[in-house]
Design a protein around this ligand. Structure first.
Ligand SMILES: [Zn+2]
Length: 123
C-alpha cells in the first residue's frame, strides 16, 4: 500500500497527533483510579442523611457515566495509536476519506468523519 495515499496527514501532523493522543491517554489513566474510587464510594449501609445520600447516588451515577466514557475513550485512543502504526489513522472507517486535521486535533480518537457521524443509522 502506498503510504502517502492512505492518509492526508503529513508526517509532522501525524507526530503532533500522536503526541496529543499519548498525552490524553496519560491524563485519562491518571483519572481512572480516582473515578473507580468515586463509583464505589456509596454503599447501601452508608449513614448519610437522605438528601445527601440522594446526592451521593446522583454523583455515583454521574461518575459511573464518566468512568464508562473514560474507559471507552482510552480504548479509542489506544486504537488510534495502532491505526497510526497501520497507516490507516485519520481515515473515516465508513467512507474511507481522510478526516480534516482540525477534527483530529479536537477528537484525535475519531473513527468517522463529521458528515458520516451526522448520518443516522447503524452504530
Ligand atoms: Zn466519513
Amino acid at each position: 500500500m502506498n503510504q502517502s495515499e492512505s492518509t492526508a496527514l503529513s508526517v509532522e501532523e501525524l507526530s503532533e497527533l500522536e503526541q496529543l493522543i499519548r498525552q490524553r491517554i496519560q491524563e485519562l489513566e491518571e483519572q481512572l483510579p480516582y473515578l473507580n474510587e468515586e463509583t464505589q464510594a456509596v454503599s447501601p449501609s452508608c449513614s448519610l442523611g437522605r438528601l445527601t445520600r440522594m446526592e451521593a447516588l446522583n454523583d455515583k451515577g454521574v461518575n459511573e457515566h464518566i468512568l464508562g466514557e473514560t474507559k471507552r475513550n482510552l480504548e479509542r485512543l489506544r486504537n488510534a495509536l495502532s491505526r497510526m502504526d497501520g497507516g490507516t489513522y485519520g481515515n473515516c472507517i465508513r467512507c474511507g476519506k481522510p478526516m480534516p486535521i482540525g477534527r483530529l486535533r479536537l477528537v484525535p480518537q475519531a473513527l468517522i468523519c463529521v458528515p458520516c457521524s451526522e448520518k443516522p443509522g447503524r452504530r
